[in-house]
Design a protein around this ligand. Structure first.
Ligand code: PLP
Ligand code: COI
Length: 341
């Protein structure tokens, strides 16, 4: 397979139009058979549910070229089921899981020339999404929907790759109790835009959101879950009903316990505890694991002992093991790697 002539090692996290995308339409109570198209444009009613009332959900996962030249996708079954949960919460017709995975296979295969070469540090980001496409004007669910998947080659989400980032504790809330924080809905990201623009303007890479009910507990960032390492080497991740159930975080907890023999806890984490951790990081498909060097709470600096120069040693072990599994250097748990070719 001849790869595209792209400067793979210098890619950032951005959109690049590739050759083919997948489209299926839902009408009269059923999904059509769907298929690949070269057309990257979407035409919908000016009063479409997505445009008026933000009726849209999405997913994110990655394809990799492995050490032995295969093209693989990491745990797409979990993205399929999370997208079903997201769709149900916004009164959208779920796209069946088997069809989701088959569509992923078609899009990745159709754009194989864009799968970054092994060792380049880049990967192929896969973005499934669906939206209400027909006209609504009273507040109600659409009758018609479109499900699409595009792919785009990407590099690191944060400039500087594995360099520790500085984040701030946000005064804005991300998700309400019993709201939509646990699903991947566009509305959660729209409402975070003001907070991220403000954070960037103040020199921070991301926001740490607290639970909106008490503002005492750590939740997540705008696009990743948190992980913390205690001074005695336990991996701790926040437990909350209002954060996205990150597939990367769930995978890392498994890797920590079963590959690295670490103690792991998922529990409520209070802001006051932040001073006590040895290492901190963000984890997600886009972020992979991005180390956090400093957390700023209204001028008060919480400096992680792992420092601002490199990933902490435990974070590094987690990172190496997870990416080793994703790229075929380390044997994966049963069912984690979906082979395209
Ligand atoms: N939290 C939020 C808000 C996200 O947008 C993401 C990205 O998908 C994650 C967490 C990480 O989830 P995952 O590991 O499944 O990509
Ligand atoms: C992902 O990691 O897939 C996400 O959706 C995060 C997004 C902020 C890019």
């Amino acid at each position: 397979m001849e790869k595209k002539n792209i400067d793979w090692s210098n890619l950032g996290f951005g959109y690049m139009k590739t050759d083919l995308r997948y489209v299926a339409n839902y009408k009269n109570g059923a999904w059509d058979e769907g298929g690949l198209t070269a057309d990257d444009q979407v035409t919908i009613s000016e009063s479409a549910g997505v445009l008026q009332y933000a009726q849209t959900v999405f997913e994110g996962m990655k394809a990799y070229e492995t050490m032995d030249g295969r093209t693989v996708v990491f745990r797409p079954d979990l993205n399929a089921s999370r997208m079903i949960d997201s769709a149900k919460r916004l009164e959208m017709p779920p796209f069946p899981a088997e069809r989701f995975i088959e569509a992923i296979r078609q899009v990745v295969k159709g754009n194989e020339a864009y799968v970054p070469p092994y060792g380049s540090g880049a990967s192929l980001y896969i973005r499934p999404y669906m939206f209400g496409s027909d006209a609504v004007i009273g507040v109600k669910p659409s009758n018609e929907y479109q499900f699409r998947i595009f792919v785009t080659p990407v590099g690191p989400y944060f400039k500087g790759g594995a360099k520790p980032i500085v984040i701030r504790i946000s005064d804005y809330d991300r998700a309400a109790p019993r709201g939509t924080g646990h699903i991947k809905a566009g509305l959660n990201y729209a409402m975070s835009l003001h907070a991220i623009v403000e954070a960037h303007a103040e020199g921070f890479a991301e926001n740490m959101y607290l639970d909106s009910a008490t503002r005492t507990k750590v939740e997540e960032t705008g696009g990743a879950n948190f992980l913390f390492v205690t001074k005695d080497g336990t991996l701790v991740t926040p437990k909350s009903d209002t954060i996205l159930p990150s597939i990367t975080r769930r995978s890392l907890m498994y890797v920590a316990e079963h590959y690295l023999g670490m103690k792991c806890e998922t529990r409520e984490i209070y802001k006051e505890e932040l001073d006590d951790f040895a290492e901190a990081g963000l984890c997600g498909t886009a972020a992979v694991i991005s180390p956090v060097g400093k957390i700023v709470d209204h001028g008060r600096e919480i400096c992680l002992p792992s420092g601002m120069n490199e990933m902490g040693p435990v974070t590094k072990k987690l990172y190496d093991t997870l990416t080793g599994i994703q790229m075929g250097r380390i044997e994966a748990p049963e069912g984690w790697i979906y082979e395209i070719r």
